[in-house]
Design a protein around this ligand. Structure first.
Ligand code: DGL
Length: 270
């Protein structure tokens, strides 16, 4: 493997991966970051595995034309269905979101009841229960596909009263179950924490892959001796559509305003 220089790339189907971008920005403050959101085709979560793989291959083939140190697949749906194929195809260190979360859970022996939320494709893959139960067969796991959370977040409606009703409806089959921990199995879902806590109770604890992935990226770059010392790193954003919408959502996700000039609309055929 011959890692290229310059950017740490972060790929997601839309804006959700910005929750990972934010953590990476904090943990690796000297790195140039390049975000790619496939805004033209989000959401991926209702697509079949072969389409998810094709979309991810197309986006990453495009990204490979830039100078990359490593790639973070900041999408549980893609990590669940395509990570191994992506690692085989591209000559670059690739970090997904599933493995760091599974490793973290190995250390959290206090968890006895875990609710996993994700897109339809992530839940259908069964990747989390399979990998978690291998290490901790005693854990009681509940999995729920909650596909409407993605458009609600993309529309900036996480705190809308309709969202609370939708959460209650999704959780109806589990209403008698007490959940201690919720695994946010989609990078959009950290934006749903407050709304979820309203329904599940304040005591509920959330497991978010973003800080774990940032730490893993730091460790990877340190081990390859590729950490940057740049004083003023650059942050750029590529989208396949909806440049303005992305720009305003990104400013909200990152808690800092993003200039429209920093968001470039790209065509995957170019
Ligand atoms: N953010 C993506 C994930 O983590 C999914 C959103 C989508 O359905 O495209 O799974």
């Amino acid at each position: 493997m011959s890692p290229r220089e310059d950017f740490v790339a972060i790929f997601d189907s839309g804006v959700g991966g910005l929750t990972v971008f934010k953590e990476v920005m904090q943990k690796l403050p000297h790195e140039n970051l390049l975000y790619f959101g496939d805004m033209a085709r989000v959401p991926y979560g209702g697509r079949t595995p072969k389409t998810i793989l094709r979309y991810a291959m197309e986006c990453i083939s495009f990204l490979m034309k830039r100078r990359l140190k490593c790639l973070i697949v900041a999408c549980h749906t893609v990590s669940a269905h395509a990570l191994e194929e992506l690692k085989e195809k591209f000559d670059l260190p690739i970090i997904g979101v599933v493995e760091p979360m599974v490793q973290e859970l190995e250390t959290k022996k206090e968890i006895d009841r875990l609710l996993i939320l994700g897109t339809r494709a992530t839940i259908a893959s069964n990747i989390y229960p399979r990998l978690i139960l291998e290490k901790n067969p005693e854990l009681k796991i509940f999995s729920l596909a909650t596909p409407l959370f993605v458009p609600l977040v993309e529309e900036g409606m996480a705190d809308h009263p309709a969202t609370e009703l939708i959460i209650k409806e999704y959780l109806r089959p589990l209403e008698k179950e007490k959940m201690g921990h919720v695994l946010l199995g989609c990078t959009h879902y950290p934006l749903m924490k407050e709304a979820l806590a309203k329904v599940l109770g304040k005591e509920v604890k959330f497991l978010d892959a973003a800080p774990l992935v940032a730490t893993k990226t730091y460790q990877l770059l340190a081990s390859l001796n590729l950490l940057s010392k740049k004083k003023q790193p650059s942050y750029s954003f590529l989208v396949t559509d909806h440049r303005e919408k992305f720009c305003s959502l990104a400013s909200r996700f990152l808690g800092k305003s993003i200039a429209l000039e920093d968001v470039e609309e790209v065509s995957l055929d170019s």
